[in-house]
Write a protein that binds this ligand. Structure first.
Ligand code: SF4
Length: 295
């Protein structure tokens, strides 16, 4: 990859924008949640404060939340594209964004407890590459905060405690349990990414990939689209509300995907994303020039 500098500029701008400016669909989701809360309620106050902070972050070119999270890049590249060079330049862009304060020093050596200065370390940032028949690079970035990561859950069906069998009603029971268990943690109103099936590792991967979907996106599988709507409706009845302080705006969205599974296993994996769903994407030419934003 010859145009190293151009690539670094584009990927740095992707990181900066993801850190300081919430995608329009998520900001609209927060406004819808605000409209649903009663005047004078604590939930309404929380959402007003969040929306003020979103505005200030954009104006001040500063991170939306002090936890700038784990960085997860998803690349779709033309066949034969040099993905080693692409991940190397992305690491350089991450280090620069950290030096300039768009990312907190947020990466810890799990054995020594020491912080890495640049957020570049084994497993950080994370990369997913897919080669396909295309002439440009599609890159999407998600920054996932630790508080919401901590409340993700995985279930193995059947589950006697939840009376959840190996069917879609069993899935619904698991997801509602995950919402109830998260309660005030994870910075509600959140967005759920759910995977039905897969194994323990692919279940989490696929559930997190659901966060790439826009909030107004519906599953193309009709029964899953209905389940997404049903769980969103049911979540309102739990009265958990923004930051767990009560109210109907517990979730802004539910996104469900499915993978095949083994006969012996039926996993339901629920990943939780906080209100700060920092998700941005761009189409970039093979020489590194930014063509257009995707979110
Ligand atoms: S869970 Fe999200 S909103 Fe809450 S502190 Fe972490 S990144 Fe920030």
């Amino acid at each position: 990859m010859k145009q190293h500098a151009q690539w670094e500029t584009s990927l740095f701008e992707l990181i900066r924008r993801t850190s300081v400016d919430l995608p329009p669909d998520v900001e609209q989701g927060l406004r819808r949640a605000l409209a649903a809360e009663k005047r004078g309620s604590r939930g309404r106050w929380v959402l007003e404060t969040i929306l003020e902070n979103v505005q200030k972050a954009r104006e001040n070119d500063a991170p939306l939340c002090q936890d700038t999270g784990s960085l997860v890049f998803h690349f779709h590249v033309p066949a034969g594209f040099d993905t080693n060079a692409l991940s190397a330049v992305a690491r350089v862009a991450v280090a620069r964004a950290t030096r300039l304060g768009y990312l907190r020093q947020n990466t810890i050596d799990s054995v020594s407890g020491e912080a890495y200065e640049t957020n570049v370390a084994h497993g950080a940032p994370q990369f997913y590459f897919e080669q396909c028949a295309r002439s440009t690079v599609d890159v999407r970035l998600i920054m996932k905060g630790g508080g919401s990561e901590n409340v993700g859950r995985q279930y193995s069906l059947p589950d006697g405690r939840l009376q959840a069998g190996r069917d879609l009603d069993g899935v619904r029971r698991c997801v509602l349990d995950a919402i109830a268990e998260a309660r005030g943690n994870g910075c509600a109103p959140g967005i759920l990414g759910v995977c039905i099936g897969g194994d323990r590792a692919s279940g989490y991967e696929h559930s997190k990939a659901q966060f790439l979907r826009r909030l107004d996106d519906k599953s193309e599988v009709k029964v899953l689209a209905r389940l997404e709507d049903r769980i969103l409706r049911d979540s309102r009845l739990l009265e958990i509300g923004p930051m767990g302080l009560g109210g109907s705006a517990t979730l802004m969205g539910v996104k469900i995907g499915a993978l095949s599974r083994l006969p012996a296993s039926f996993f339901v994996t629920v990943s939780y994303m906080c209100w700060a769903l920092r998700r941005r994407g761009a189409l970039i030419s093979v020489n590194g020039g930014l063509k257009r934003w995707l979110y």
